[in-house]
Design a protein around this ligand. Structure first.
Ligand code: DX5
Ligand code: ZN
Length: 228
Protein backbone atom coordinates (compact mmCIF):
# COMPACT_ATOMS: atom_id res chain seq x y z
CA UNK A 1 0.00 0.00 0.00
CA UNK A 2 1.23 3.48 -0.80
CA UNK A 3 1.29 5.65 2.31
CA UNK A 4 2.81 8.77 0.75
CA UNK A 5 0.61 11.66 1.90
CA UNK A 6 -0.40 14.75 -0.03
CA UNK A 7 1.59 17.74 1.24
CA UNK A 8 0.96 21.37 0.32
CA UNK A 9 3.75 23.90 0.73
CA UNK A 10 2.87 27.46 -0.34
CA UNK A 11 5.78 29.22 -2.06
CA UNK A 12 6.57 32.39 -0.14
CA UNK A 13 7.92 34.04 -3.29
CA UNK A 14 4.28 35.06 -3.76
CA UNK A 15 3.90 36.40 -0.20
CA UNK A 16 3.90 40.09 0.71
CA UNK A 17 7.61 40.55 1.43
CA UNK A 18 6.92 43.56 3.66
CA UNK A 19 4.70 41.32 5.79
CA UNK A 20 6.47 38.02 5.42
CA UNK A 21 5.88 36.66 8.92
CA UNK A 22 2.20 37.57 8.75
CA UNK A 23 1.81 35.81 5.39
CA UNK A 24 3.72 32.71 6.56
CA UNK A 25 1.37 32.45 9.54
CA UNK A 26 -1.61 32.95 7.26
CA UNK A 27 -0.43 29.96 5.20
CA UNK A 28 0.29 27.75 8.20
CA UNK A 29 -2.92 28.69 10.01
CA UNK A 30 -4.70 27.94 6.74
CA UNK A 31 -3.54 24.33 6.79
CA UNK A 32 -0.23 24.42 4.89
CA UNK A 33 2.11 21.52 5.72
CA UNK A 34 5.20 23.73 5.46
CA UNK A 35 6.65 26.58 3.44
CA UNK A 36 8.56 26.51 0.14
CA UNK A 37 11.43 29.01 0.04
CA UNK A 38 12.92 29.98 -3.35
CA UNK A 39 16.58 30.96 -3.43
CA UNK A 40 17.83 32.61 -6.67
CA UNK A 41 21.35 33.77 -7.40
CA UNK A 42 20.87 35.93 -10.53
CA UNK A 43 23.10 33.49 -12.43
CA UNK A 44 21.48 30.06 -12.52
CA UNK A 45 18.21 31.95 -13.06
CA UNK A 46 17.74 35.56 -14.21
CA UNK A 47 16.36 36.81 -10.89
CA UNK A 48 17.40 37.37 -7.27
CA UNK A 49 15.33 36.49 -4.24
CA UNK A 50 16.44 35.79 -0.67
CA UNK A 51 19.45 34.43 1.17
CA UNK A 52 20.21 32.43 4.32
CA UNK A 53 19.44 35.41 6.61
CA UNK A 54 15.78 35.24 5.57
CA UNK A 55 15.64 31.49 6.25
CA UNK A 56 17.20 32.04 9.69
CA UNK A 57 14.74 34.83 10.47
CA UNK A 58 11.80 32.63 9.47
CA UNK A 59 13.08 29.76 11.59
CA UNK A 60 13.42 32.13 14.54
CA UNK A 61 9.99 33.68 14.03
CA UNK A 62 8.04 30.50 13.25
CA UNK A 63 9.68 28.03 15.63
CA UNK A 64 11.27 24.65 15.17
CA UNK A 65 8.20 22.67 14.02
CA UNK A 66 7.62 24.35 10.67
CA UNK A 67 8.97 22.55 7.59
CA UNK A 68 11.17 24.95 5.62
CA UNK A 69 11.55 23.47 2.14
CA UNK A 70 14.44 25.36 0.54
CA UNK A 71 14.81 25.32 -3.26
CA UNK A 72 18.29 26.40 -4.38
CA UNK A 73 18.15 27.86 -7.90
CA UNK A 74 21.86 28.60 -7.75
CA UNK A 75 24.87 27.67 -9.87
CA UNK A 76 27.09 26.47 -7.04
CA UNK A 77 24.90 24.66 -4.49
CA UNK A 78 27.85 22.86 -2.92
CA UNK A 79 29.24 26.19 -1.79
CA UNK A 80 26.04 27.65 -0.36
CA UNK A 81 24.00 24.69 0.93
CA UNK A 82 25.76 24.68 4.33
CA UNK A 83 24.60 28.25 5.03
CA UNK A 84 20.98 27.28 4.43
CA UNK A 85 21.29 24.19 6.61
CA UNK A 86 22.77 26.32 9.40
CA UNK A 87 19.91 28.78 8.94
CA UNK A 88 17.39 26.04 9.70
CA UNK A 89 16.25 24.39 6.46
CA UNK A 90 14.63 20.95 6.88
CA UNK A 91 14.97 20.08 3.21
CA UNK A 92 17.46 21.47 0.70
CA UNK A 93 16.74 20.88 -2.98
CA UNK A 94 19.43 21.43 -5.59
CA UNK A 95 19.23 21.27 -9.39
CA UNK A 96 20.67 18.45 -11.51
CA UNK A 97 21.61 21.20 -14.03
CA UNK A 98 23.78 23.03 -11.47
CA UNK A 99 27.58 22.96 -11.32
CA UNK A 100 29.79 20.82 -9.12
CA UNK A 101 29.61 17.25 -7.91
CA UNK A 102 25.86 16.80 -7.48
CA UNK A 103 25.93 13.36 -5.73
CA UNK A 104 28.57 14.67 -3.31
CA UNK A 105 26.52 17.78 -2.54
CA UNK A 106 23.41 15.67 -1.89
CA UNK A 107 25.40 13.45 0.44
CA UNK A 108 26.87 16.46 2.23
CA UNK A 109 23.34 17.76 2.84
CA UNK A 110 22.24 14.39 4.23
CA UNK A 111 25.35 14.22 6.39
CA UNK A 112 24.06 17.32 8.20
CA UNK A 113 20.94 15.35 9.17
CA UNK A 114 18.45 16.98 6.82
CA UNK A 115 16.64 15.89 3.67
CA UNK A 116 18.29 16.29 0.26
CA UNK A 117 16.19 16.74 -2.88
CA UNK A 118 17.07 16.81 -6.58
CA UNK A 119 15.27 19.16 -8.98
CA UNK A 120 14.81 18.77 -12.74
CA UNK A 121 13.97 21.59 -15.13
CA UNK A 122 11.08 21.09 -17.58
CA UNK A 123 13.28 20.07 -20.52
CA UNK A 124 15.64 17.85 -18.51
CA UNK A 125 14.80 14.16 -18.97
CA UNK A 126 13.97 11.87 -16.07
CA UNK A 127 16.89 9.66 -17.10
CA UNK A 128 19.28 12.34 -15.81
CA UNK A 129 18.31 11.47 -12.21
CA UNK A 130 17.50 7.78 -12.55
CA UNK A 131 20.75 6.62 -10.97
CA UNK A 132 20.28 8.94 -7.98
CA UNK A 133 16.70 7.74 -7.45
CA UNK A 134 17.40 4.03 -7.81
CA UNK A 135 20.44 4.30 -5.53
CA UNK A 136 18.26 5.96 -2.84
CA UNK A 137 20.60 8.94 -2.94
CA UNK A 138 17.77 11.50 -2.72
CA UNK A 139 14.90 12.08 -0.29
CA UNK A 140 12.72 13.88 -2.84
CA UNK A 141 12.48 14.68 -6.55
CA UNK A 142 11.18 18.09 -7.59
CA UNK A 143 9.81 18.37 -11.14
CA UNK A 144 9.77 21.98 -12.32
CA UNK A 145 6.58 22.74 -14.25
CA UNK A 146 7.80 26.21 -15.30
CA UNK A 147 11.24 27.53 -16.22
CA UNK A 148 12.62 28.54 -12.84
CA UNK A 149 13.14 32.17 -11.94
CA UNK A 150 9.73 33.77 -11.57
CA UNK A 151 6.36 33.16 -9.96
CA UNK A 152 3.10 33.54 -11.82
CA UNK A 153 3.99 31.54 -14.95
CA UNK A 154 1.79 28.95 -16.70
CA UNK A 155 2.03 25.24 -15.91
CA UNK A 156 3.93 23.27 -18.60
CA UNK A 157 1.84 20.15 -19.01
CA UNK A 158 4.39 18.25 -21.07
CA UNK A 159 6.13 17.55 -17.73
CA UNK A 160 3.29 15.22 -16.60
CA UNK A 161 4.69 12.03 -18.19
CA UNK A 162 8.01 12.66 -16.44
CA UNK A 163 6.27 12.53 -13.04
CA UNK A 164 4.72 9.20 -14.01
CA UNK A 165 8.06 7.82 -15.08
CA UNK A 166 9.80 8.83 -11.85
CA UNK A 167 6.88 7.52 -9.76
CA UNK A 168 7.21 4.15 -11.52
CA UNK A 169 10.76 3.82 -10.18
CA UNK A 170 10.00 4.86 -6.62
CA UNK A 171 6.51 4.19 -5.23
CA UNK A 172 7.19 5.83 -1.85
CA UNK A 173 9.51 8.70 -2.77
CA UNK A 174 8.13 12.23 -2.27
CA UNK A 175 7.70 13.82 -5.72
CA UNK A 176 7.04 17.54 -5.76
CA UNK A 177 5.87 19.91 -8.49
CA UNK A 178 6.65 23.60 -8.71
CA UNK A 179 5.37 26.27 -11.06
CA UNK A 180 1.86 27.23 -12.12
CA UNK A 181 0.29 24.90 -9.57
CA UNK A 182 -3.38 25.77 -9.11
CA UNK A 183 -6.72 24.04 -8.56
CA UNK A 184 -6.56 22.54 -12.04
CA UNK A 185 -2.87 21.62 -12.44
CA UNK A 186 -2.47 20.32 -8.86
CA UNK A 187 -4.83 17.33 -9.23
CA UNK A 188 -3.48 16.63 -12.71
CA UNK A 189 0.01 16.44 -11.22
CA UNK A 190 -1.23 14.23 -8.37
CA UNK A 191 -2.84 11.96 -10.94
CA UNK A 192 0.60 11.62 -12.55
CA UNK A 193 2.18 10.65 -9.23
CA UNK A 194 3.20 13.93 -7.57
CA UNK A 195 2.33 14.16 -3.88
CA UNK A 196 3.96 17.44 -2.81
CA UNK A 197 2.33 20.54 -4.29
CA UNK A 198 4.32 23.78 -4.26
CA UNK A 199 2.06 26.69 -5.10
CA UNK A 200 2.73 30.40 -4.84
CA UNK A 201 0.43 32.72 -6.73
CA UNK A 202 -2.67 30.53 -6.69
CA UNK A 203 -2.69 30.16 -2.90
CA UNK A 204 -1.46 33.58 -1.76
CA UNK A 205 -3.80 35.36 -4.17
CA UNK A 206 -6.82 33.24 -3.24
CA UNK A 207 -9.58 35.18 -1.48
CA UNK A 208 -9.70 32.47 1.21
CA UNK A 209 -6.36 30.69 1.57
CA UNK A 210 -7.70 28.09 4.02
CA UNK A 211 -10.43 27.09 1.58
CA UNK A 212 -7.96 27.06 -1.32
CA UNK A 213 -5.59 24.72 0.53
CA UNK A 214 -8.34 22.35 1.60
CA UNK A 215 -9.89 22.25 -1.88
CA UNK A 216 -6.47 21.55 -3.41
CA UNK A 217 -5.76 18.83 -0.85
CA UNK A 218 -9.09 17.04 -1.40
CA UNK A 219 -8.74 17.11 -5.19
CA UNK A 220 -5.14 15.88 -5.03
CA UNK A 221 -5.97 13.10 -2.58
CA UNK A 222 -8.69 11.84 -4.92
CA UNK A 223 -6.51 12.09 -8.03
CA UNK A 224 -3.47 10.53 -6.36
CA UNK A 225 -5.29 7.55 -4.91
CA UNK A 226 -7.23 6.88 -8.09
CA UNK A 227 -3.89 6.39 -9.78
CA UNK A 228 -2.33 3.91 -7.34
C1 DX5 B 1 9.81 29.39 -9.70
C2 DX5 B 1 9.82 28.99 -8.25
C3 DX5 B 1 8.49 28.63 -7.74
C4 DX5 B 1 7.51 29.78 -7.74
C5 DX5 B 1 6.16 29.22 -8.06
O1 DX5 B 1 11.11 29.61 -10.10
O2 DX5 B 1 10.68 27.89 -8.02
O3 DX5 B 1 8.54 28.05 -6.45
O4 DX5 B 1 7.44 30.45 -6.51
O5 DX5 B 1 5.28 30.26 -8.20
P1 DX5 B 1 3.86 30.09 -8.86
O6 DX5 B 1 3.08 29.15 -7.99
O7 DX5 B 1 3.32 31.48 -8.83
O8 DX5 B 1 4.06 29.55 -10.24
ZN1 ZN C 1 10.54 26.76 -6.07
Amino acid sequence: MNTTPILIYPSILAADMANLERDCRRALDGGADGLHVDIMDGHFVPNLSMGPAVVAALRQALGSDVELHVHLMITDPGRYAPAFIKAGANTVLIHIEADGDIPATLQAIRDQGIRAGITVNPETPAASIQDLVTANAVDEVLCMTVHPGFGGQSFIESVLPKMKEIRSWAPQLPISVDGGIDQESAPRSAGAGANVLLAGTSLFAAPDMTAAISTMRAACNAAYSSNL
